[in-house]
Every structure is written in structure tokens, then in C-alpha cells.
Ligand binder design. Structure first.
Ligand code: SF4
Length: 324
């Protein structure tokens, strides 16, 4: 049975604004995610990730629709080249879930993707760029595309001699684990490219038994699994939650490689954790976890040749020693 989200009472203006926002970025929740929400708890971390709130349409200085200036980093529509050795294909603008903090939440069908209809130009570009070693399937969620199309594209890419790895960024194993089936495993692991999948999990409650089964299928097929999380106020901004997440991931042989500061996308400012608190949390995490289980605390700034490590305040280490 579909659960209804009951918003708090709103003024007429707030309701109108929320309706407008709902049209451009509506609530979307797949059934497996919905079933795991504790509907009696307004602070449930799965609920908070998907629930539209009036705070989303309040303009906040420094938060914009394209916070990473990605439109300027596209040599071709739907092809991003930000970092040396890697190129990213935006294969779909749609997702099985609408995460309210998503930095691409303002992408929509009017913007270009590297779809089945126009990926030939992207493949030709990659052939010419001999420094590219790794192709990243991204979106939206690239696994929204049918396996047949993903197989065709992967076959073409595998014929390019300088490519070595295929990396897929997808929330699908966590939000809709039944998507991880035989056909997907075939194209992902059936070429000469080393397969890597980044699962984007933010809270240990996301990892239930069906999700773990899907992840184990991927591992058994030879896929290297990594996780990157976004640091989200009211969802995972506590050392207990982050430590539990990293411990669970490592126990399942998934490397928690990045903890991201939120990208300043319009509509998500209420999820922002300030840099001082982020640094303090990370230092506490460092004191609890073995080095290999500790994600790097990073943020992204347009125009830089890589993600940037968040600078730790001079007194942060001292604070963490006192508090941990
Ligand atoms: S699944 Fe990823 S791309 Fe899709 S809405 Fe969530 S964060 Fe954004």
C-alpha cells in the first residue's frame, strides 16, 4: 500500500510555491525504499532524503541551479570532461528516486544526454582523446537505460584500445536492488574493461538484506564496489551514523572512499553542514576507524583538476582529541 506523506500546515503562498517545485522536481520513491521508511518517525533518514519541504524554494545566497558549472565542461552534449584521464557520460536525466539534495536536481529532459541517439559522437570524441583511461556512466541514474542499450555502448567503448576501466555511478543497487540482474551483470563484466560501481549510500539503514544480496551478486561477478556519501544535516551528520555506515560497508567489502560536502545546489541549503562541523566529525571518525575504512572528506569547486580535500581548521584536531 502506498504511504502518503503528510506535510505540516502551510500558508497559501508556501503551498503554491511547494506545488511549483513539485512540478519541476516531484516526489519520487521506489517501492523498496518506501517499504523501509518508518512513517511514524518524521526524522527517519530514508524519509528525510526524499520528502519535499517548503525550505527547498527559499533562495539562499551561493546556492544555484548548476553549482559545479557542468554545462561549461561539456565538449559535446552529455559528455563531461572535468578531470584528466576520465570522461563522464550523462546517460539519463531520470532516476528511480528523487533525492532532495541532488546537485543535478535542476537537470531535466530539455538538457542533453548521451542517449542511444547521440552517443556515436561521444564515442568518436573518446577515440580521439588518447589520454582517457576511464569512462564513467552517470546521469541521473545510468541504470535507467535498458541493458540492451548499455550493452551496445559498452561493446563500442571496449573496442577503444586506450580505455581501461568502466565506472558506473548508480543508486540503483540501494534503492531498487532487483535491477541488478543477469543482463546487467553480463554487459558490466563481459568486456575487457575493469568494472567499478559506486553505490552512493548515505546511511546504514539503506543497506538491508535485499540490497546486500544485490551487492554480493555484483562482487561475485567481479565488480569493484566503492561508496561515496554526501554529508547531510539531520540524516548522517553524527559520528555514530557515519562510523556505523563505514563499518558496515567495509564488512561487506565496499570501500567508503569519499564523504562529500554538499554541493551548493538551489533547493538543498537546509541539508548543508558547515565546514567546521564537517571537519570536526571527520576527525572524530578518524579516531574510530582504521585508515582503509575512512572516507576522504572532499568538496568540489568548478575549474579545479580534482576534488579538493576539505581544509581542517587549526584548532580542529585539538577539539577532536578533547571530544572523542
Ligand atoms: S539517485 Fe543520484 S542522480 Fe538521482 S536524484 Fe539521487 S543523488 Fe541525484
Amino acid at each position: 500500500m502506498q504511504q502518503k506523506i503528510t506535510p505540516s500546515p502551510l500558508s497559501a503562498t508556501e503551498s503554491a510555491n511547494l506545488r511549483t517545485d513539485q512540478q519541476s522536481y516531484p516526489l519520487r520513491v521506489p517501492s523498496h525504499w518506501r517499504q523501509r521508511i518508518d512513517w511514524q518517525n518524521s526524522q527517519d533518514p530514508l524519509l528525510r532524503q526524499i520528502q519535499p519541504t517548503p525550505e527547498e524554494w527559499q533562495p539562499v545566497a551561493g546556492f544555484s541551479e548548476d553549482p559545479l558549472a557542468e554545462e561549461q565542461a561539456q565538449p559535446l552534449p552529455g559528455l563531461l570532461h572535468k578531470y584528466a584521464g576520465r570522461a563522464l557520460l550523462l546517460l539519463s536525466h531520470s532516476c528511480p528516486i528523487h533525492c532532495r539534495y541532488c546537485f543535478r536536481r535542476h537537470s531535466n529532459e530539455s538538457k542533453p544526454t548521451t542517449s542511444a541517439h547521440n552517443w556515436q559522437a561521444a564515442v568518436e570524441w573518446i577515440k580521439q582523446e588518447k589520454t582517457i583511461r576511464e569512462i564513467i556512466y552517470s546521469g541521473g541514474d545510468p541504470l535507467m537505460l535498458p541493458d540492451r542499450q548499455l550493452q551496445q555502448l559498452t561493446r563500442q567503448l571496449a573496442e577503444i584500445p586506450h580505455l581501461q576501466r568502466l565506472r558506473v555511478h548508480s543508486r540503483m543497487p540501494v534503492v531498487t536492488p532487483k535491477r541488478i540482474g543477469h543482463d546487467l551483470l553480463q554487459w558490466l563484466t563481459g568486456s575487457r574493461l575493469t568494472p567499478v560501481l559506486v553505490i552512493h549510500c548515505n546511511h546504514p539503514q539503506e543497506l538491508d538484506s535485499l540490497v546486500l544480496q544485490a551487492l554480493h551478486k555484483l562482487q561475485q561477478a567481479g565488480v569493484l564496489l566503492l561508496n561515496q556519501s554526501v554529508l547531510l544535516k539531520g540524516i548522517n551528520d553524527s559520528v555514530e551514523v557515519l562510523a556505523a555506515l563505514c563499518e558496515t560497508l567495509i564488512h561487506q567489502r565496499i570501500l567508503p572512499y569519499y564523504l562529500h560536502q554538499l554541493d551548493p545546489v538551489a533547493g538543498a541549503a537546509h541539508f548543508r553542514v558547515d565546514n567546521a562541523k564537517a571537519a570536526h566529525l571527520w576527525l572524530q571518525l578518524q579516531s574510530r576507524l582504521p585508515g582503509y575504512a575512512l572516507p576522504r572528506l572532499v568538496w568540489e569547486q568548478p575549474g579545479y583538476p580534482s576534488k579538493r580535500l576539505l581544509e581542517l581548521p587549526d584548532d580542529a584536531h585539538q577539539d577532536s582529541l578533547i571530544c572523542s
